[in-house]
Design a protein around this ligand. Structure first.
Ligand code: AMP
Ligand code: MN
Ligand code: MN
Length: 326
């Protein structure tokens, strides 16, 4: 629960600001971008000057999120105010996760951090952080109501994208009665759940199938860890952007014989971005934190600048041994 004085202070800071700069984590997912765009639309409707961005070197909205309404708020990181009067961050546990926009948090006069990561470092001047909620979109909806805003279909579409992304379509343990109640409020605006599901999960360029085939060809199962990797040359052969690989971990993690799954994806700069998932017994969030990343108990990630073999060896060394000792 977020304490009432924190909400009151957020409303006060927002009320006083003329220009509000919104940022979410790099390579945004549905929760990061959806929460930011929904909040941005409400703030703009209330007469604020609003810009929104994310700090990727290559500033492209991932293809599967291009259907989200309200993207005219987006500016490339180069056009983001260097010293914003008020900055609000979404779904980002550290300034690092904001990429190029990380340094702006140190220069902003006030920074409201809206997030649900347990690993959040509390880097703002005001925290709206609740690790018990399923998605940052849950907090964005609460902020919208407290601002006196209401949900139209476009705003609800953004929030719904966040909710379904982070609950894995209402499959993860985070799917509480409150999550379904929120979904009911959003769906009541008339949004198209079928179209959103298709945009998010049920389409991809042909090249994805080829890259997927190569990744599955390389998959290994060792002592309860299933893992694979995708070098950038695989993607280059089909002109496939890095962000198209987001769903790969969901295929790999289905392996019955594995408790933990890892996918290493080489980004366009040559760094390995690791996605990890646990079925519950292992806290991959702590493991990834040790490796310089972060996330949740069952879903976490980190960035590696060493080889595939060394990256997996470092991850494996932090796994509890299978006979129960750590
Ligand atoms: P992903 O595997 O990219 O879907 O990410 C799963 C979770 O781990 C999300 O909550 C991310 O915010 C977090 N995460 C992924 N990569 C990183 C990273 N490099 N540093 C910190 N957290 C990360
Ligand atoms: Mn996220
Ligand atoms: Mn999230």
């Amino acid at each position: 629960m977020i304490p009432e004085p924190a909400w009151r202070r957020a409303l006060d800071l927002i009320g006083k600001a003329d220009e509000i700069a919104l940022a979410c984590h790099v390579s945004p997912d549905g929760d990061a971008l959806g929460s930011m765009l929904a909040t941005g639309a409400v703030l703009r409707a209330q007469g604020k000057r609003v810009v929104a961005s994310f700090g990727d070197r290559q500033f492209d909205v991932p293809r599967l999120l291009r259907f989200l309404p309200g993207q005219d708020l987006l500016v490339p990181p180069a056009d983001f105010p260097a010293e914003p009067e008020l900055m609000i961050t979404f779904d980002s546990s550290t300034p690092d996760r904001l990429g190029l926009l990380g340094p702006n948090t140190a220069k902003a006069h006030e920074v409201i951090v809206v997030d649900h990561h347990l690993s959040n470092t509390g880097f703002g001047t005001l925290s709206l952080i609740d690790p018990h909620v399923a998605a940052t979109a849950v907090l964005a909806e609460q902020l919208i109501y407290r601002l006196g805003g209401s949900l139209d279909r476009d705003i609800a579409t953004c929030l719904y994208a966040g909710l379904v992304t982070d609950t894995g379509s209402f499959r993860h343990a985070s799917t509480t009665p409150e999550v379904h109640q929120m979904a009911a409020r959003l769906v009541a605006t008339g949004l198209r759940t079928d179209e959103i599901a298709r945009e998010l999960w049920d389409r991809s360029p042909f090249g994805y199938l080829k890259v997927l085939a190569a990744a599955l060809e390389r998959v290994s199962l060792e002592d309860g860890l299933v893992w694979t990797y995708v070098p950038r040359v695989d993607r280059a052969a089909y002109g496939l952007p890095y962000t198209e690989l987001e769903g790969l971990i969901d295929i790999v993690r289905r392996t019955d014989e594995a408790e933990v799954a890892v996918v290493l994806k080489e980004d366009d700069q040559g760094a390995w971005q690791a996605s990890s998932r646990s079925k519950g017994a292992v806290d991959v969030g702590s493991i990834c934190s040790v490796l310089g990343g972060g996330g949740h108990h069952n879903a976490a990630g980190f960035t590696s600048h060493v080889s595939v073999e060394d990256t997996i060896a470092a991850f494996r060394a932090l796994l509890p041994s299978r006979d129960g000792e750590t």
